[in-house]
Design a protein around this ligand. Sequence first.
Ligand code: ZN
Length: 230
Amino acid sequence: MFLSYFIVAAFFCIGLIIGSFLNCLIYRLNIGQSVLKGRSYCPKCKHRLSWRDLVPVLSYLELNGKCRYCRKTISSQYPLVELAAGILFAAVAVILEPGIVYSFDFAAYNLFGLAYYWLAVSSLIVVFVYDLKWFIIPDEIILCGLLASVFFYASRFFYVFSLTGKFDLDLLANPFLSALLCFSFFWRYFWRRAENGWDSETLNSRHSWERFSVFPILWSPYFSLSSLVL
Ligand SMILES: [Zn+2]
């Protein structure tokens, strides 16, 4: 039992760290900067941040919500996204991959599942914050979520098929629906591109789907949940 608590706490901490990365992703995606290049900096005074400024949630509390260098207010989005990611990472593990938390079954099959659910949660957080701030859902995130769904559910289906030789329709529904959504996304994306010009980097062509595109990524976890329950 103690080990279970420890695993949940560790997953919560991983979520906090990923949440910090998601904040950076949200900020840099909006200004068209790569997340992989360059150290983190204060969006207001551009001062480089040291490790002491980057501890999830705790840095924000220590600095009273103000930048250490320019004393300007840091948005409450930062600690909130970190906390949300922490809680959701732990919750998803307990609910969707209980084998890892309760029976310490760190089999590749379970870990692969957990990685996928964490990716889905992360993209939903980015979509949520992005939509809330700028009323836009970035194509890049939807595309990532959809491609991951197709890949994940297809590999689960083939794995079960190779073990049991059983053609599981429930398991096949997931990659099929994800692929369908992926196709419709591409179709709409290219159709918009053809309409707006291939080299124009307008907002219209970058963000083909708006508010309702939250649903495609929500669907996949929903279907996997329903197939678990049924
Ligand atoms: Zn600053």
